[in-house]
Ligand binder design. Structure first.
Ligand code: NAD
Length: 314
């Protein structure tokens, strides 16, 4: 496993990392034993960054992850969790200082650890930027100064949110998702600005939350029909060449040198082994080009958050 420095932090993160949302049964009902085995396998094979949130499975993912991490030496993994998002509705977001502080305490208790390495504000496009910048981020800064978290950052879908945040706040890293994948690589447009400020980049969802898998996207996926259809064509193209689409999707997503780590989610111990082994090999570039062409005229982004916070499809 290759390790990369995360921005200006002293964290060396594995190039492929583990996203724990599937432990909350967000993609399908999972077996807790399999989920725990998946976490152990990931760590045994060199994955050292694990990401979770109280939102995933409405605290279930943190609870299952806490069971998995029990007894594992704390220096074996770098742990990130989030605050601010607790459900799917606008009313389930709370970026107040009071809630962020209580949320962190609750996460630590579920995870069974004394502290997390990174605390993110979760999906800031669902918040009002006034509150994010004037209350939530200063709260994260204070938690960092108090030694309760080592590093801080924000997560979200619209790239605009990251550009706005790094103009006004000193953050250590961002967690972006679905924006550096075979169907959409527009994250690359903001990488120079992030690098210039030394902001570490964690990329999530190399399969686009299931779009680029043989099973396809879950029912709740926010993408549009044209995107689903193009992904289906990509799956068929890979099948015709005897290749698993998830292999190419992973290899493509982790290939950008400025992305320190890419988070992939699974609660299947067999699939985590495949993912880690695939990540060691380069993508078939001809196949990548053919797949990318399928998305040439497809609207690949979807709305997320308040209208004023969203990206515009170009
Ligand atoms: P992902 O692209 O990693 O896809 C997960 C899906 O792919 C699951 O259905 C999983 O079963 C399937 N999959 C994984 N490996 C497979 C394989 N080898 N074969 C077949 N199917 C396979 O999307 P994700 O889980 O949403 O993203 C990864 C992690 O990134 C999350 O768990 C979470 O930690 C983080 N994330 C954060 C945010 C945010 O902060 N807003 C958003 C999305 C993801």
């Amino acid at each position: 496993m290759e390790y990369r420095k995360l921005g200006k932090t002293d964290l060396n993160v594995s190039r492929l990392s583990y996203g724990a949302s599937p432990l909350g049964s967000v993609f399908r009902d999972i077996s807790e034993d399999d989920g725990i085995k998946t976490v152990h396998t990931a760590i045994d094979m060199g994955v050292n960054l694990i990401d979770v949130s109280p939102y995933y499975g409405l605290t279930k993912a943190e609870t299952v992850l806490g069971k998995a991490l029990k007894g594992i030496p704390r220096d074996k993994y770098i742990l990130s969790t989030k605050a601010g998002r607790y459900g799917a509705e606008y009313s389930d977001f709370d970026f107040s200082e009071k809630r962020i502080r209580s949320s962190l305490d609750e996460s630590l208790s579920r995870l069974g650890v004394d502290g997390v390495d990174i605390l993110f504000l979760h999906d800031i496009e669902f918040g009002h930027l006034g509150q994010i910048f004037d209350e939530a981020l200063p709260c994260l800064q204070a938690l960092k100064q108090e030694g309760k978290v080592r590093y801080i950052g924000v997560t979200g879908y619209p790239l605009k949110m990251f550009s706005e945040t790094i103009k006004v706040a000193d953050i250590d890293c961002i967690l972006t998702y679905c924006r550096y994948a075979l169907y959409d690589n527009s994250l690359a447009n903001i990488i120079p600005d992030l690098e210039a400020k030394g902001v570490g980049i964690i990329n999530a969802s190399p399969t686009g939350m299931g779009l680029l898998t043989n099973r396809g996207a879950p029912e709740w996926h926010p993408g549009n029909q044209q995107l689903f259809d193009a992904c289906h064509k990509a799956v068929t193209l890979c099948q015709s060449q005897g290749v698993d689409i998830t292999e190419v999707a992973l290899q493509y997503a982790i290939d950008h040198p400025a992305i320190s780590s890419t988070l992939v989610g699974t609660a299947n111990p067999v699939n985590i082994v495949k993912n880690i082994e695939w990540a060691e090999k380069p993508a078939n570039q001809l196949l990548v080009q053919d797949i990318r062409k399928l998305f040439d005229k497809v609207p690949v982004i979807w709305p997320s958050g308040y209208p004023e916070n969203q990206d515009v499809q170009v």
